[in-house]
Design a binder for this molecule. Structure first.
Ligand code: ATP
Ligand code: MG
Length: 283
């Protein structure tokens, strides 16, 4: 059976399961199980700690995995990053105690930096010609300066509130991460086919995200202007109504443009505007 490794619990677990569900891969309820087959797709999920996912995929125990790009880079695993999935966004940053006189990356020379990401940090320090000491700690990195085991930290930041509550300030953003779909190199023909199908479905899912389907009635005189307002994928669908001189116009718009477009369409005489969610767009 072809396997996809996903995080067993933690920040990426739920969104990984939801993403798979949204592309028609429904996993059997698998609380406390290591493996769970999909009911509707020839794949089974292997639940792991996120740290283990890059190696398990590189080694071929799972053909695919969903994991943070930070873990892929840190482990240096030989895997292909096949898609960025649009969730789990965060960055790895250097942070120092609030109030320290920071004058650029050379501040770190001779300092001790606590982190769970020594490889990414080492590369940054080497690239910038900084000689600093790395203290590897696996949890609660942000308390290291306060308890005196480091001068600074290199850790995951998303909103920055954890840093603030520990009296730290972010001074260098080093690595931007999001959740990615990874694949082992040298896929078999069957695995390649499964990956192609997954990527096809993810693309359709991405296309339909934040899209709205709009339909409305319009007098014939407004048609030309309406087509200009609503470019659509090829062009909007225009269907004559049974009342002479009136048409129904259908199109897809970005959710962020919805209210501007509605305002413009109302202004040219659109009536009975219906707005619906788009489930899938398949080109
Ligand atoms: P595990 O038990 O699986 O080892 P973990 O504690 O190492 O889990 P989580 O905190 O669940 O990891 O984070 C998983 C991933 O989520 C991170 O590696 C990162 O890619 C992403 N992430 C996004 N935002 C954040 C954040 N604010 N803090 C931590 N991780 C984040
Ligand atoms: Mg982990």
């Amino acid at each position: 059976m072809v396997r996809i490794a996903i995080q067993s619990k933690g920040r990426l677990n739920e969104e990984s399961v939801v993403l798979l569900q949204s592309i028609g891969i429904t996993l059997e309820e698998a609380k406390r199980k290591l493996l769970s087959p999909s009911r509707d797709f020839p794949i089974e999920a292997l639940y792991l700690r996120d740290d283990d996912i890059p190696q398990v995929v590189a080694g071929g125990t799972a053909a695919f995995g969903i994991v943070g790009m930070n873990e892929v880079a840190e482990k240096g695993a030989r895997v292909d990053v096949v898609s960025h999935l649009g969730f789990g966004g965060c960055r790895l940053s250097l942070a120092i105690p609030k109030g320290a006189a920071y004058d650029g990356p050379s501040w770190f020379a001779g300092k001790q930096i606590a982190t769970s990401y020594p490889n990414i940090l080492r590369k940054y320090l080497d690239d910038n010609g900084i000689d600093a000491k790395i203290e590897v700690i696996t949890g609660s990195v942000e308390i290291a300066p306060a308890i005196g085991i480091a001068d600074a930290i290199f850790d995951i930041v998303s909103s920055g509130s954890t840093l603030i509550s520990n009296g730290l300030v972010e001074v260098e953003k080093v690595f931007v991460s999001d959740a990615v779909l990874i694949a082992k190199p040298d896929l078999s023909t069957q695995e390649r086919e499964i990956l192609d199908e997954i990527l096809f479905r993810i693309e359709s899912e991405n296309l339909s995200r934040d899209k709205k389907y709009l339909l409305m009635n319009l007098p014939e005189t407004a048609l030309e202007e309406a087509v200009r307002i609503l470019p659509a994928m090829r062009s909007p669908t225009v269907i004559p109504l049974s009342s002479p001189g009136w048409y129904s116009l259908h199109s897809v718009v970005d959710a962020s443009d919805l209210w501007t477009k509605v305002r413009q369409l109302k202004a040219i005489g659109a009536e009975g505007i219906l707005v619906m969610d788009v489930d899938k767009i398949i080109l």
